[in-house]
Design a protein around this ligand. Structure first.
Ligand code: CAA
Length: 258
């Protein structure tokens, strides 16, 4: 099905990519775009040929935030009764790894979309920020929680209360992003990381991702118990038997994803 606001392709074996495509609005996230994005990512998540996903924008903007023009006329009740941004973009519900390839502006909802992905590769021009304070609102797609967990309370306060922006290098230093690469290389770096994950057992990837995400909610005890549960589940998979045999036999594993 053709999409109106995004482009989808498979830039390498095992990798599905969704590109935000509203360049005239710096890829501002309107409801239709978010619905298409989640639809495309879900289709990749259900595609047995695909092992990892990339979400990206263009070189100038990953996304400059939720669409202010769409939000301007919305009342409190309109926002309450519509699906929330969190529901519309629920990357944590996908089973396969999702990498954000970020260049240029990643502001407001754009920063939050990147933060909800599993990894972030940034170009040297990337700028991260939560400027909602300038609009008299607060981040509405997880920013107060995910950014605070990523960079700590003091810096999160400065970013969200004073519109402090982070450069790509600062984001790397604070642990917000995995890699920074020159503008001409960042996409290839993201594809390379996606390919590395895509080559692994989808069973083990899924169980690991679920368990890492558990580190984010609840207590350490609950997280450790969840990890133990998924660790035991992995021991029932064919891929576990194959992976260990392959190691001992000094050969490459042949995953069946079972
Ligand atoms: N929503 C709607 N349109 C947007 C937009 C947004 N978030 N960001 C940029 N645009 C539009 C502009 O209105 C402009 O359109 P027109 O040509 O029709 O006027 C076009 O994109 C280009 O933008 P600029 O001319 O402003 O480009 P610039 O290079 O001068 O500035 C910028 C770039 C600093 C990113 C500036 O566009 C900007 O400040 N944008 C808004 C950033 C923002 O406040 N984001 C948070 C949104 S609220 C949110 O995201 C809530 C949440 O948590 C979910």
């Amino acid at each position: 099905m053709p999409y109106q606001h995004i482009l989808v392709d498979k830039p390498a074996a095992g990798v599905g990519r969704a590109r935000l495509n509203r360049p005239a609005a710096l890829n501002a996230l309107n409801s239709a775009l978010l619905d298409e994005l989640m639809q495309a990512l879900t289709a990749f998540d259900n595609d047995a040929e695909i092992g990892a996903l990339i979400v990206t924008g263009d070189d100038k903007a990953f996304a400059a935030g939720a669409d202010i023009k769409e939000m301007q006329g919305k009342s409190q009740m309109d926002m309450l009764m519509a699906p929330s941004l969190l529901d519309r973009f629920a990357v944590h519900r996908l089973n396969k790894p999702v990498i954000a390839a970020v260049s240029g502006y990643a502001l407001g909802g754009g920063c939050e979309v990147a933060l909800s992905c599993d990894m972030i590769v940034a170009s040297e021009t990337a700028v991260f920020g939560q400027p909602e304070i300038n609009l008299g609102i607060i981040p509405g797609a997880g920013g107060t929680q995910r950014l605070t967990r990523a960079v700590g309370k003091a810096l999160a306060m400065e970013i969200m209360l004073t519109d402090r922006k982070l450069s790509a290098q600062e984001a790397l230093a604070y642990g917000l992003v995995n890699r920074v690469a020159p503008l001409e290389d960042y996409m290839q770096v993201a594809i390379g990381i996606a390919q590395k994950a895509a080559r692994r057992s989808q069973v083990a990837i899924r169980l690991t991702k679920e368990a890492i995400n558990k580190a984010y909610d609840g207590s350490l005890e609950a997280g450790l118990a969840f990890e133990r549960r998924n660790f035991l589940l992995a021991f029932g998979s064919e891929d576990k038997a194959e992976g260990m045999s392959a190691f001992i036999e000094k050969r490459r594993a042949r995953w069946t994803h079972r």
